[in-house]
Design a binder for this molecule. Structure first.
Ligand code: 4AD
Length: 464
């Protein structure tokens, strides 16, 4: 008999073992009529299988005729090649095939090849400069054929890193006494104000998809849960096509009762993200290398205690650098990027918090600063000059909340039950929201959020 084995576990110690492996036929090459080499891939591990013998070389011919990406079962003996097998991850072993079975045949004219999808941008540029004829597979074509595109080593790694980001988020918050919850994604009104809502009909009643779990995570704190977190889909009817906006993304949210000050929220963010970056560097080194091979990036610079910069100080730094910014307005993308560079040069970090934003540029539920209500108890967090988190203390006084909502033109009738939640005794509280795809994109310097969404939804894309 043959024992099932994973390709990644095939090492020289397995020599002479009789194994059964299932994988995708990444490459096939016939040598004469009686021998074929088949590179089998499982996840991002690959191994060479040597197909020879069989009556009159029948098995070798069958192997040579396999279409690329077909799923194949191979049974045979692990052997040690004379030289490391180039182009495979398990270079020190191969499988001498005794049985071969095609489980699922792929079409012979694949829309894209995994090999092309896996080419680094440098490699493509070099080949283009050398006048190579092979067409470059652009991002849209890769996304159209995402099922094949996902098979590249870099993509296999990106989504393993993403899984770890989510995992660390849960683990750290659980260890700090937060309770995991779920909130409804069907709402009777917008949760962030603003226009970017997907409207729908809820059995004859106007409704929309949640732009965030904001209102219900706050209500959960009012419901007696001191500290809550959740991971779930967030919907934004973004109309502009950018590198960092999706119409559906994964939100990592937390909300907590406060003792004295919103900086307690910043403390949690600080511990959480330093732990997360440490974890990724330590435990995902292989994945980060695989990503780097296709998409080169420099490791993120961050401090053991995260820098907290006052908004006014940020404005001052930008003005000193000759950037024209409105001290009471919001920073545009360009100014944020520039400030990221100034902070990196001055403080040697690419991860920092910007605190005390002007109230006018924050959502209606944001708490004004007690000493100066033109500013708010709020913050954004930046990685490589781009926003990954926004957070704040919330207004827990129903009258002030109503006034702030009305001042922004929000129909308070649509959020009446939310405002009522603060009439029954509500603790001071605050929290933050993170975009999962942004964290992975910016930690890995990937430059486009579509790379970190399994099946992205942007203004132009609703399939696959
Ligand atoms: O800044 P946002 O809109 O804040 C909120 O939703 C608040 N309720 C959070 C809070 O607790 N105060 O969104 C939070 C994060 C952003 O920092 C960004 O990382 C991400 O969500 N994000 C997006 N990611 C991808 N595509 C989009 N269209 C995004 N919009 C926001």
């Amino acid at each position: 008999g043959y024992a099932w084995a994973d390709v990644a576990s095939l090492e020289p110690e397995a020599a002479a073992a009789r194994v059964r492996v299932r994988g995708a036929a990444q490459a096939v090459r016939a040598v004469g009529r009686r021998v074929a080499f088949l590179v089998l891939r499982q996840g991002s591990a690959t191994v060479q299988c040597v197909v020879s013998g069989g009556a009159g070389g029948g098995m070798a011919r069958f192997a040579a005729g396999l279409s690329r990406e077909s799923v194949v079962d191979v049974a045979g003996v692990v052997s040690l090649p004379r030289e490391p097998v180039r182009g495979t991850t398990q270079q020190l072993v191969e499988i001498q095939v005794e049985k071969l079975h095609c489980v699922s045949r792929a079409v012979s004219n694949l829309p894209i090849s995994v090999e092309d999808a896996a080419r680094s941008e440098e490699d493509v540029a070099r080949a283009k400069a050398a006048g190579e004829q092979r067409a470059h597979v652009g991002q849209d074509k890769r996304l159209d054929n995402r099922v094949i595109d996902l098979r590249t080593a870099a993509n296999q790694a990106i989504f393993r890193v993403q899984c770890q980001v989510e995992n660390v988020f849960r683990q750290v918050l659980l260890s700090e006494g937060f309770v995991g919850i779920h909130t409804p994604k069907l709402l009777g009104g917008s949760s962030e104000g603003g226009a970017s809502v997907f409207k729908l009909d809820y059995n004859g009643q106007p409704a929309c998809l949640a732009q965030s779990p904001q209102l219900h995570k706050q209500m959960a704190v009012c419901g007696g849960f001191e500290r809550v977190f959740l991971v779930g889909p967030v919907f934004r009817a973004e109309s502009s096509y950018t590198n960092r906006h999706l119409c559906e993304f994964v939100g990592l949210d937390a909300e907590m009762a406060l003792r004295d000050h919103y900086s307690e929220v910043c403390d949690v963010v600080d511990r959480l993200f330093v732990a997360m970056f440490d974890h990724l560097n330590k435990n995902c080194a292989k994945e980060l290398e695989a990503i780097q091979r296709q998409f080169p990036f420099k490791p993120l610079k961050y401090l053991k205690t995260t820098l907290r910069l006052d908004y006014n100080e940020g404005i001052r730094m930008l003005q000193e650098a000759g950037v024209d910014v409105d001290p009471m307005g919001d920073l545009n993308t360009e100014a944020e990027k520039k400030l990221g560079e100034l902070v990196r040069d001055k403080y040697d970090t690419e991860f920092y918090m910007l605190c005390r934003y002007p109230s006018a540029v924050r959502p209606f539920y944001t708490m004004p600063c007690p000493d100066d209500p033109r500013y708010s108890c709020s913050f954004d967090v930046f990685v490589r000059g781009e926003e990954i988190i926004s957070g704040a203390q919330r207004v827990h006084d129903p009258e002030l909340l109503t006034a702030q909502a009305e001042a922004r033109g929000i129909d308070v009738a649509t959020i009446a039950t939310y405002i009522d939640a603060f009439r029954y005794g509500a603790p001071p509280h605050g929290g933050f929201g993170v975009g999962l795809e942004r964290v992975v994109m910016l930690f890995c310097g990937l430059g486009n959020i579509r790379k970190t969404s399994l099946f992205p939804r942007d203004p132009n894309r609703l399939a696959p």
